[in-house]
Design a protein around this ligand. Structure first.
Ligand code: IPM
Ligand code: MG
Length: 366
């Protein structure tokens, strides 16, 4: 079988630390699979690229990404680069990658692992069995809309961004959500702000039309984003697939992550283009970078999503997911999910090692 070419962007902060563990897990999968081959090549993005090349993404790195079968990315950003002009900031590297590769749909599953129920700040009865999927539009909306910028207008400092969506942009991301719903419980909640924003009026209407015309078998409901933020805490179990705009999805998925106990647990898949991009939803966590305490599980689970969505290797993906569940059941916890007196507190490397051991075991349970 031909080997898969993976372009690896460790990025900044805890990115390289969690990436190291995730790649080690991938190597274990390769070994125990007896036949799968993964070739990895590293490239720079974000602050790391800025330091080396004076730009958060070079044309060479982009070309490498485009020529690969899938991309893994750790995290970008840090206080050191927050003073730079916008075009040079680490985040621009990531946003450029998403946009250049046409990755318009970002899948962010929030799944509660049973052993972590008490790590959630929400009560056990609210979070038990949570398994929801947020589909975040990723290449449009206020993140990319023009006009944008800072200027002085009539002597007043002014910052401008534009929320803009077109029918085709909404249709294609809605279809991703409806298709996913068909493999789940056939329920979609579309989240917008149509009582205030025209872009949301169009969003609301187009999602409704796509649902009615193409997916009559899927139950569609709409929710305003402020209400949704509240409902996610009040009763998260009411949700299955959610679809929303770039900015609302950014915010709601950080919120959803806490239902599961920690933002350090949530992976994501960005799809829609020729090559998929897989990254944790957490950031570069500069406060804990280099200390060896970061939770690598979101990055590890992102590798599982890559195997599933880009390489059609559901069996191997399940090894990783089961391995993570097993390690948590065995009581291993990084600081973010550790509770005094429960389980064993471990660092990034040991957590990675435990997952690799568990992958070996779960792979034998064929
Ligand atoms: C995310 C992050 C990014 C975003 C930043 C780092 C640009 O917060 O992936 O959620 O806003 O999309
Ligand atoms: Mg975010």
């Amino acid at each position: 079988m031909a080997s898969k070419k993976i372009c690896v962007f460790p990025g900044d902060g805890i990115g390289p630390e969690v990436m190291r563990e995730a790649l080690a897990v991938l190597r274990t999968v390769e070994t125990v699979s007896g036949g799968r081959r993964f070739e990895t090549e590293e490239a720079l993005v974000g602050g790391a690229s800025y330091e080396a090349h004076g730009t958060p993404m070079t044309p060479d790195a982009l070309a490498l990404a485009k020529a690969s079968d899938a991309l893994l990315l750790g995290a970008v950003g840090g206080p050191k680069w927050d003073v730079l002009p916008f075009d040079l900031r680490p985040e621009r590297g990531l946003l450029g990658l998403r946009r250049e590769l046409g990755l318009f749909a970002n899948l962010r599953p929030a799944v509660v692992f049973a052993p972590l129920i008490d790590a959630s700040p929400l009560r056990r009865e609210l979070v038990e069995g949570i398994d929801l999927m947020v589909v975040r539009e990723l290449t449009g909306g206020i993140y990319f809309g023009e006009p944008r910028g800072e200027s002085v207008i009539d002597g007043v400092e002014t910052g401008i961004n534009t929320e803009i969506y077109t029918r085709p942009e909404i249709e294609r991301v809605a279809r991703v959500a409806f298709d996913l719903a068909r493999k789940r419980t056939r329920r979609v909640t579309s989240v917008d702000k149509f009582n205030v924003l025209e872009s949301s009026v169009l969003w609301h209407r187009v999602v409704s039309e796509v649902g009615a015309k193409e997916y009559p078998d899927v139950e569609l409901s709409h929710m305003l984003v402020d209400n949704c933020a509240m409902q996610l805490i009040r009763n998260p179990r009411q949700f299955d697939v959610m679809v929303t705009t770039n900015l609302f999805g950014d915010i709601l998925t950080d919120e959803a992550s806490m239902i599961t106990g920690s933002i350090g647990m949530l992976p994501s898949a960005s799809i829609g283009g020729k090559v998929g991009l897989y990254e944790p939803i957490h950031g570069s966590a500069p406060d804990i970078a280099g200390k060896g305490v970061a939770n690598p599980l979101a990055m590890v689970l992102s590798v599982a999503m890559m195997l599933k969505y880009s390489f059609d290797m559901p069996v191997e993906a399940a090894w990783i997911e089961k391995a993570v569940a097993r390690v948590l059941a065995d009581g291993y916890r990084t600081g973010d999910i550790y509770r005094e007196g429960e389980g064993k507190k471990v660092g990034t490397t040991e957590m990675g090692d435990r997952v690799r051991d568990a992958v070996q075991k779960t792979s034998l349970e064929r």
